[in-house]
Structures are given as structure tokens and as C-alpha cells.
Ligand binder design. Structure first.
Ligand code: CIZ
Length: 329
């Protein structure tokens, strides 16, 4: 098993990853929150909905998933015959950590008549305990397909849950109290200072942000919706309240526009970097392809149970077209 210490510093990692991609018939999927250099070498860059669709449809033998662990799990659940590699098994997610399967199982049992709608940022175990998985791209459309008199349990992001409840007018949603550490750190006070310094800038925010941030947003949407918004808007300056690596795609798609990362409490924007996503590096991508490890493995009974709620999501999302552009192109 090669380690980082074995890598010759003169090695052209991009060229080696390309060679391995061809040799192993691999597809590299990357989330918008990955570092720009990883986005640029991926075959597809997208949000969880688009990447789930790609994983389900791929003909490649190997999927290299550059994102966090639950995303690799989704690829394995939907594409069990493929070898799914992730660069770093420690790339977790604060929302997943906030919703432990045993605690969720007990919570769910208290509401037997509710439909369990769960954000994709959770473990395979929690997916297996849920009725329908959603992403931020399809949550509103999916909740609107559930009969209005049917109560909903929404986990694990309570900010997204509150936002969806307000969008759909539903008063019968019980929310799990989880939150994303990145979106929670944006500061309303600092945002208003930044807006005062850039009065023409449009604020675009992810629905994982707290209400105090969403209140000031000109636009609220998933990463793919945010990207579309900044491309199509006539405005030329934007304050972006989500993980800051999405700005890489914005700058590529609209190089004449200016994108400013929303600030945290100290007025800086460093808070908007996901430490889990940041664990992935070119060296780790190379190593996982050489070593065939770390790979995602899920016991078949758990995989099959989790597939049901994910497949319901895909079936209930057919009216949502794939992202307008593949950001890797
Ligand atoms: O759905 C995803 O991929 C996440 C984590 C955010 C978004 O809005 O795309």
C-alpha cells in the first residue's frame, strides 16, 4: 500500500490521475465544495442530486468520489456493482454527526404516522430508517408531493427544514435539531457591514444558513441554483453565503463578475471552508486510485434498505432537469 511518503515530489499527479482513470475505466465525481484543482480534474462536478444521478447511471468500473463520505456511500448504494473509492475515509459531515442512527431510530419511533423526509447529508443507516431522501435542490418539490395532511419528520438540518416549511406553507413538519457547522458560522452583523460596503451586491444564500442570514438574501437556493442565479442575474457583484469553493465555478462561468464570500463573526471568510471537504487532496486521489483503497463497503441488507429512500428521491425528482451545465466542462 503506497503512502504519501512514497510519492516522488517530481511526479505529475494530474497526469498520473489521468493515466489511472483511463487504465481503470474510472469516473471522477466532485462536489462543488471541493478545492478548485480537484473540480478541474473531475469528469463531473455538481451537487448531491446531480452526482447521485451520475453515480446511478455510470458505466465506469470505478467511481472516485471527491466529496465527503456520505456522498461516496450514496454512490455505492445506487451503483453497488462499482468499486467506489474516496480519497479520505475521515471526510465526514457535521450534519451526519448530529444525527446518530440509534438516536434517530428512537426519534422516528415516537412519530409512527409521520413521513420521514431526510436530507441526503446523513449516514446510510439513517437513510435506511427514512422514507424519502431529499437534497437542497429537490426538497421543496418533494415535500410538495406529500399530501398536505400527512405530517413530516424532517432531519437532520433544521434550517433547511424551516426554510422548506415556510416555502411550502406546511405547519406539520417536526424538525430534528441539526445544523451544518459551515453555514451556522455566517454572521448577520458582519453580512450587513459587508452589504453596506457593497450596496450593489446581490446576496445569495444556501438554505442551510440560519434565518438571520436568509432574511437578507436576494436569492436562496442549493449550490446548483446559486450557480445558475449568479450566471443569469444581470448583477455583477454577489455576496455568496455557502461553502466558498463554489466560487471557483462562478469565476469560471462568469469571469467578468465579482464574488465575495460571506463573512463569519470575525469578519473574515475563512469560516466558509468545510474542513471535511478540505481533507481531499490530489495526492490522496492518486493514492486511492493506485491502492484501490479506501473503498466504500456497505452490508447488502443496509444498502438495499437505504436504496429504497434514495430511489424514491430520484423517482420524485424526475421533473427536475439535470443541472443546466456540467461544471467540469
Ligand atoms: O446537495 C448538496 O450537494 C449540498 C451539500 C449542497 C447543495 O446545495 O448542493
Amino acid at each position: 500500500m503506497l503512502t504519501e511518503d512514497d510519492i516522488d515530489p517530481r511526479l505529475d499527479l494530474r497526469a498520473e490521475i489521468d493515466r489511472l482513470r483511463r487504465e481503470k475505466n474510472a469516473v471522477i465525481l466532485a462536489h462543488y465544495y471541493q478545492d478548485g484543482e480537484i473540480q478541474d480534474l473531475a469528469d463531473f462536478v455538481g451537487d448531491s442530486l446531480d452526482l447521485s444521478r451520475k453515480a446511478a447511471a455510470t458505466e465506469a468500473d470505478v467511481i472516485v468520489f471527491c466529496g465527503v463520505r456520505f456522498m461516496g456511500e450514496v454512490a455505492k448504494i445506487l451503483s453497488p456493482k462499482r468499486l467506489v473509492l474516496i480519497p479520505d475515509m475521515e471526510a465526514g459531515c457535521s450534519l451526519e454527526d448530529a444525527c446518530k442512527p440509534d438516536v434517530y431510530r428512537r426519534f422516528r419511533a415516537r412519530y409512527p404516522d409521520h413521513v420521514a423526509v431526510t436530507y441526503i447529508n446523513c449516514s446510510a443507516e439513517v437513510k435506511a430508517l427514512s422514507d424519502i431522501i431529499v437534497t437542497s435542490s429537490n426538497a421543496e418539490a418533494i415535500v410538495n408531493q406529500i399530501p398536505p395532511d400527512k405530517p413530516i419528520l424532517f432531519a437532520p438540518d433544521h434550517h433547511l427544514g424551516s426554510y422548506i416549511a415556510s416555502r411550502t406553507g406546511r405547519t406539520n413538519m417536526t424538525l430534528w435539531p441539526g445544523a451544518c457547522i459551515i453555514h451556522e458560522q455566517f454572521s448577520e452583523q458582519e453580512l450587513l457591514k459587508l452589504k453596506a460596503a457593497h450596496p450593489g451586491a446581490r446576496i445569495t444564500a444556501h438554505p442551510e444558513c440560519p434565518e438571520g442570514i436568509l432574511l437578507h438574501a436576494d436569492h436562496i437556493g442549493s449550490t446548483r441554483a446559486i450557480l445558475q442565479y449568479v450566471i443569469e442575474s444581470p448583477a455583477t457583484e454577489f455576496i455568496v453565503a455557502t461553502e466558498l469553493h463554489i466560487i471557483h465555478q462562478m469565476e469560471k462561468a462568469a469571469p467578468h463578475k465579482r464574488f465575495i464570500a460571506a463573512p463569519g463573526a470575525d469578519g473574515s471568510c475563512n469560516c466558509a471552508t468545510c474542513p471535511f471537504m478540505a481533507r481531499n487532496t490530489l495526492a490522496k486521489i492518486y493514492l486511492c486510485m493506485v491502492n484501490g483503497s479506501p473503498q466504500i463497503e456497505i452490508p447488502e441488507d443496509l444498502r438495499a434498505a437505504a436504496e429504497k429512500s434514495l430511489q424514491r428521491m430520484l423517482d420524485m425528482s424526475v421533473s427536475i432537469p439535470p443541472a443546466a451545465r456540467n461544471a467540469a466542462e
